[in-house]
Design a protein around this ligand. Structure first.
Ligand code: D8Q
Length: 115
């Protein structure tokens, strides 16, 4: 029971950190390309090249449904949003620049909350 108690407290702390960061990502001025899944109807080729699409709405649903086992699983989905973006978009494009901005913001806040 004691180890389970620790893991459940740790898990609660992990989920809290994820909620804080996700809220900040969603509220960021440069979040607009990432708030919802890329539109399959508008960009069919996107789904041919990006094997694991991810976005903040999907992350929000997974967090709400308790589908993140730990904070690192949340971090890896967050990083997937940014790596997909920088793979598909030119660095100097509007969406590419938003991706760099959001990636830098995430990594800064992630390191601050995990210090
Ligand atoms: C992340 N990402 C988003 C879009 C997009 O069109 N988002 C909807 C903006 N309203 C296109 C390419 C891409 O990599």
């Amino acid at each position: 029971p004691s180890t389970n108690h620790i893991t459940s407290r740790k898990r609660k702390e992990d989920l809290e950190v994820c909620h804080v960061i996700l809220g900040e990502l969603e509220a960021h001025r440069d979040s607009w390309p990432f708030l919802e899944p890329v539109d399959r109807a508008k960009l069919p080729e996107y789904f041919r090249v990006v094997k694991k699409p991810m976005d903040f709405q999907t992350i929000r649903c997974k967090l709400r449904d308790g589908r993140y086992s730990c904070r690192e699983a949340f971090a890896s989905d967050s990083r997937l949003v940014f790596s997909n973006c920088l793979f598909y978009n030119e660095d100097q494009s509007k969406i590419g620049m938003a991706g760099h901005s959001m990636k830098n913001f995430f990594e800064k806040r992630w390191s601050e909350l995990n210090r």
